[in-house]
Design a protein around this ligand. Structure first.
Ligand code: ADP
Length: 632
């Protein structure tokens, strides 16, 4: 018989399985049981619409047989089975496997830990078996086939005998070594324990013949003579799993670990969830849901590749793996599932989108998530800040998108770093801490907190003792602008024209100074023609010589952010160069105001300086450097 070779990818994985030093080799059983259950699911699904299947729901089962003499463990299902071709494709080429695809994205060979965390499907059998035989008959086919392999050397496929559709997997266990007892997987208590641990909510019964012993009936004489009891063995068929999906169990029955374990298993995350919520909604439509907030953003979360969605079950049967309609974009980080008896099993994807029941469920789920987050913010601040670090950006995008339509829903979940203690604060906390005379919610933008701290523009606001929100993400200012105000307090950039802080005297004084120096200011702005909209004397600067601010809708930060997007069209803020009339540099400028060549050089220097402070790229670094040398 021809021995076929595994595909390269499969061989690699297989090799890893065989040489695995992974301590949880036991997960192989979970993997095989899950496959069996999936196969039964498929045939059961068919049986709902196809009488020819000839099986009722109760007829479907997974059987485990352990034979200690032969050292074999057999797992049998009466599911959909596999044709010869499918045996070849599914078991010879593991690259098809969903779990492997996930793993290759996560650097398979780097981390053997991953084996246990996610399960690698069928090949995990080779962690405990020296030989694996799969006998399968596909539903609707009259031939059965046998796939056999002793590992990396390859596999054979031949015809076989099998009556009904389904699959039998026979593992010939490895010999025990000093450190490793494979024989224990034949022990009925061990098997029972593993099924309970990993496969309890598998929807079809996992059955096994379990041997018990009982005392034999004693004769009256033996009893009278006080003879010791004799025992006899008997066999009983037991269903090892409770079959009730976790989410259908009562909350009191479940422990925190059950929820967490379920999450890491099911949603391929090796970090425990930050938060979970078990929803039992008795209304119409009634549904159960398990909702999880991951503790870290998935590696592809902020990319186009990330797909949001919850698993959707209709009365325990999976109908969609990722139903995106169940989650709004701003809560796209939530993982979990929804199970409703009020959804039809045969509903198509297109119909689902228009399903009224589904919309109602989605609304209710959104409310749950929102209130869970608010609860967390109120009662578990540290946890919430952890959440905010992972997913805050998404909420800010949520505020900004759809023209601020979701402002009301999201604004109380926002956090920004505050200038006061460099701590995260909510908008509510900011407003509560506002001084009586304070009119605005002040914010400053920049790429980092350290950078913002150095901005000259923050001086005046800080000197007034007002708190400033530090906006460090690209989306922040857009979000703030689309909110416009919070609790009737307008947001105001520290770079804005009118900070509402300057006294009338100060304004008068500056105005007078500007008139007095109108020639100088004109000279400066002529020198910076096309670069700045105007040059003014600053009302906000205290110790710094210059800064930039902007007029109109587009701020300096927005110019930076928008121009970082790779498009042809560039946008520019209307820049205003502010000069501090109290700074000695101002005197210097006055003294050269008659020398237009010199003034022009100074103007360029000051403008470039201001750009640097803002963290903006400068127009002509060579010219700047030459000017500095010249001056020195
Ligand atoms: P995964 O389950 O992640 O797809 P596996 O390696 O466990 O990867 O299985 C590969 C494929 O082999 C499955 O997707 C399925 O099509 C098929 N398969 C495995 N076990 C069975 C079974 N007991 N009955 C029918 N098909 C099976």
């Amino acid at each position: 018989m021809e021995t076929k070779q595994f595909k390269a990818e499969s061989k690699r994985l297989l090799d890893m399985m065989i040489h695995s030093i992974y301590t949880h080799k036991e997960i192989f059983l979970r993997e095989l049981i899950s496959n069996a259950s999936d196969a039964i699911d498929k045939l059961y699904f068919k049986s709902l619409t196809d009488d020819k299947v000839g099986l009722a729901k109760d007829d479907f089962a997974i059987w485990i047989y352990a034979d200690k003499d032969k050292r074999t463990l057999k797992i049998e299902d009466n599911g959909i089975g596999m044709t010869a071709e499918e045996l070849e494709n599914n078991l010879g080429t593991i690259a098809n496997s969903g779990s492997l695809k996930f793993k290759s994205e996560n650097k398979l060979d780097e981390d053997s830990q991953i084996i246990g965390q996610f399960g690698v499907g069928f090949y995990s059998a080779f962690m405990v078996a020296k030989k694996v035989t799969v006998i399968s008959k596909a539903y609707g086919s009259d031939k059965a086939y046998q796939w056999e392999s002793e590992g990396v050397d390859g596999y054979t496929i031949s015809e076989a005998e099998k009556d009904n559709a389904g699959t039998v997997i026979i593992l010939e266990l490895l010999d025990d070594t000093d450190d490793e007892s494979y024989g224990e997987f034949l022990d009925q208590y061990r098997i029972k324990g593993l099924i309970k641990k990993y496969s309890d909510y598998i929807r079809f019964p996992v059955k096994m013949e379990v041997s018990h012993s009982r005392p034999k009936e004693q004769s009256e004489e033996d009893k009278a003579a006080n003879k010791p009891l004799e025992y006899e063995d008997f066999i009983e068929i037991e269903t090892l799993n409770s079959m009730i999906p976790l989410w259908k169990k009562s909350k009191t029955e479940l422990k925190e670990d059950d929820y967490k374990h379920f999450y890491t298993e099911k949603f391929f995350d090796y970090n425990e969830p930050l938060k979970y919520s078990h929803v039992k909604n008795e209304g119409v439509p009634s549904y159960n849901a398990l909702l999880y907030i991951p503790s870290k953003a998935p590696f592809d979360y902020y990319s186009k590749e990330y797909e949001k969605g919850l698993q959707l079950y209709s009365n325990g049967v999976l109908i969609m793996d990722r139903c995106s309609d169940l989650l709004p974009d701003y809560f796209s980080f939530v993982k979990g599932l929804v199970d409703s008896e009020d959804l039809s099993l045969n509903i198509s994807r297109e119909m689902l989108q228009h399903d009224r029941q589904l919309k109602v469920i989605a609304k209710s789920i959104e409310k749950t998530i929102s209130s869970e987050l608010k609860k967390m913010l109120k009662n578990e601040r540290e946890k919430y800040e952890e959440f905010w670090k992972a997913f805050g950006l998404q909420l800010k995008y949520g505020i900004y998108s759809d023209y601020g339509m979701n402002k009301e829903k999201l604004q109380d979940l926002l956090m920004f770093t505050s200038s006061k203690e460099k701590k995260l604060v909510t908008l509510d906390e900011y407003v509560t801490g506002m001084r009586e005379e304070q009119k605005f919610i002040y914010y400053a933008t920049g790429e980092s907190i350290a950078r913002i701290e150095q901005l000259p523009q923050t001086e005046l606001v800080k000197d007034n003792g007002f708190e400033i929100l530090y906006l460090t993400d690209n989306v922040d200012e857009f979000a703030v602008k689309s909110m416009n105000s919070y609790k009737d307090k307008e947001f105001k950039s520290v770079s804005a024209d009118d900070l509402g802080l300057e006294s009338t005297e100060k304004q008068e004084e500056i105005k007078a100074k500007e008139e007095e120096n109108s020639d100088l200011l004109k000279g400066l702005s002529d020198a910076l023609e096309g670069k700045v909209a105007k040059v003014v004397l600053s009302k906000r600067l205290k110790s710094h010589p210059v800064c930039l601010s902007s007029e109109g809708e587009i701020s300096l930060e927005m110019e930076k952010v928008l121009n970082a997007i790779p498009t042809e069209q560039k946008v520019f803020a209307q820049k205003v160069l502010e000069i501090n009339p109290e700074h000695e540099i101002f005197g210097k400028l006055r003294s050269v105001s008659g020398d237009s060549e010199k003034l022009s050089k100074y103007a360029k220097l000051l403008y470039t300086q201001a750009l640097l402070i803002e963290g903006m790229s400068i127009d002509d670094p060579v010219e700047f450097s030459n000017l500095i040398c010249e001056l020195m």
